[in-house]
Design a protein around this ligand. Structure first.
Ligand code: GLN
Length: 543
């Protein structure tokens, strides 16, 4: 019998509902339970694939090629599972499937309404996760903030769900914020009271209230919340701010949350193993030295746009006992004076992206990394830009470009495959998800993966143009990875360099705390070596 936990959020957005949900996943998994995750997003878009990263943050890609909300990345990393298209559901998807059924005649004669048709469709999606993933517990996070018009059908659906599944099998957890007023030294509970009030109006009584707070939860605040929100004092849980998000499960465990959840769901397990997780967190927190990595991108004001890259750095840093200090640089600003801006870094990374803005700055940064032996990792667009840079500055194809940026370039070293040229619709039509890649022995990539064949996640339209393959190889480029079925270039490398790798896929999506991505791990290792070489040089000079 599957149990269901529903996580809602109150007061305001960005409280870390995704991390809180993911952390409960870590905790239940540590007790030997199989955990499934589901995120409901209340917006009308069918998927976040076409949404602006400034508004929505990173688009996380699953192995099966779904373009999903970035919270799925947290779930994968915290729970150590691979998710699928059905683990993220938006209002747009719910409505389009109800409308499709209506058009097909499935509801013939009936009036189609939010209740019961939309709410039933929502409930079906929850059961689908239980059924497909065959799990003991499904944790469902309801996006948005209680009180929003958009999330109402989801809340109504889960209220009904509890009625059908029973109290013992379902649990409501509400995350809120307790603002701290420094002048009076008080934690304010009023916003929490109001948001729980809104939930109760809909008929949902939370079982636990998780309180985001800057300072430890006071007795007074706990007592008030308990009284006004109708929960036991012990079920008011402190969720204090932490530097390192991977500490959140440990904090919750300390609050006794796991035992309390298990008790309310009438679950009993004997296992308890958070040792490895704590050791790893300790390792991250205790790193003293740091390497500085420049990330040259387009959405640098919105750090959430590169969430998985930041996390992959943390994982790779822990594996190398070093802290990764990533500095985000606006690509457009590099179009001049780039030496000054880039000279103090031990590594340069160019992430994925779309559109012309900032491209020339990225190409400058790549040239700088290649010529000055700075470890370099190019991801997707970053790999395409490194191909352009190499073609222009090494192979002598002066105006080489991608047809994405210059449709009339004389040397389209990156262009569309004929099948992509026919595509008219934007949503869900890129090359998405896992594809095979065969790796050349002896390459940087092979040394990292120690495997001949790997599978990695993709999200792009444009490809390395095989027409220029020979000339680029003759000029010294190494084609280190290929998708055999279509002979597509997946990895390029510059030999005679400490570490220079460009990949058409997105390694950041599959990096996990205890299992850093091999390319990120080796990139940071190369940066660390560069750092050490530099410090030795400095010491010698100082003597
Ligand atoms: N814009 C490029 C393409 O569509 C790269 C995409 C990416 O970096 N994710 O191929």
């Amino acid at each position: 019998m599957t149990k269901y936990i529903f996580v809602t959020g109150g007061v305001l957005s960005s409280l870390g509902k995704g991390i809180a949900s993911a952390s409960m996943g870590t905790l239940l998994k540590s007790r030997g339970l199989k955990v499934g995750m589901l995120k409901f997003d209340p917006y009308i878009n069918v998927d976040p694939g076409t949404m602006n990263p400034y508004q929505h943050g990173e688009v996380f890609v699953t192995r099966d090629g779904a373009e999903t909300d970035l919270d799925l990345g947290h779930y994968e990393r915290f729970v150590g599972i691979d998710l699928s298209y059905y683990n993220n559901v938006t209002t747009g998807q719910i409505y389009s499937s109800v409308i499709e059924k209506e058009r097909r005649g499935d509801y013939l004669g009936r009036t189609i309404q939010v209740v019961p048709h939309i709410t039933e469709e929502i409930q079906e999606r929850i059961r689908k996760v239980a059924h497909r993933d065959k799990v003991d517990v499904v944790i469902t996070e309801i996006g948005g903030t209680v009180g929003d018009i958009e999330s109402l059908p989801f809340l109504e659906a889960v209220r009904q769900f509890r009625l059908k599944e029973g109290k013992d099998n379902t649990l409501f957890i509400h995350l809120t914020l307790l603002p701290f007023i420094p002048s009076t030294g008080e934690l304010k509970t009023k916003p929490t009271q109001h948001s729980v009030g809104r939930l109760r109006e809909i008929g949902i009584q939370p079982d636990f209230i998780l309180c985001r707070t800057q300072i430890p939860l006071t007795k007074e605040a706990r007592r008030k919340i308990s009284l006004f929100c109708n929960v036991e004092e012990e079920d008011v849980i402190q969720a204090i701010d932490v530097e390192n998000v991977y500490e959140v499960p440990l904090r919750f465990e300390k609050e006794g949350l796991t035992d309390k959840i298990l008790k309310k769901l009438s679950l009993s397990t004997h296992e308890k193993d958070l040792r490895e997780w704590s050791r790893w967190v300790e390792k991250v927190n205790s790193a003293q030295k740091e390497v500085r990595i420049a990330v040259v991108g387009k959405y640098v004001r919105m750090r959430d746009a590169y969430k998985s890259i930041i996390e992959a750095f943390t994982h790779a840093g822990a594996a190398n006992n070093i802290k990764v200090n990533s500095v985000w640089i606006e690509a457009e600003e590099l179009e001049n004076n780039f030496t000054e801006k880039l000279k103090n870094f031990q590594g340069i990374l160019i992430p994925g992206g779309f559109g012309l803005r900032g491209i020339e700055g990225k190409i400058r940064a790549i040239q700088f990394a290649r010529e000055n032996c700075i470890p370099f990792l190019g991801i997707c667009l970053g790999m395409q830009c490194s191909t352009i840079e190499f073609a222009r500055n090494v192979a002598g194809l002066k105006e080489a470009n991608s047809t994405e940026f210059d449709p009339d370039t004389p040397y389209p070293v990156i262009n569309l495959l004929s099948e992509q040229k026919k595509v008219r619709k934007k949503g869900g039509t890129m090359r998405l998800g896992d594809y095979e890649c065969k790796i050349q022995r002896g390459s940087f990539s092979w040394k990292a993966y120690k495997k001949d064949v790997i599978y990695e996640r993709h999200r792009h339209r444009y490809e390395f143009n095989n027409h220029y393959r020979e000339i680029l190889i003759e000029s010294g480029l190494r084609i280190a990875g290929v998708y055999p079925e279509k002979n597509l270039v997946e990895i390029i490398e510059v030999p005679n360099h400490p570490w220079f790798v460009g990949v058409q896929f997105h390694p950041e999506f599959s990096s996990r705390p205890g299992a850093p991505h091999p390319l990120f791990r080796d990139f940071i290792k190369a940066a660390k070596e560069k750092y050490q070489r530099k410090s030795v040089a400095k010491i010698v000079r100082e003597k």
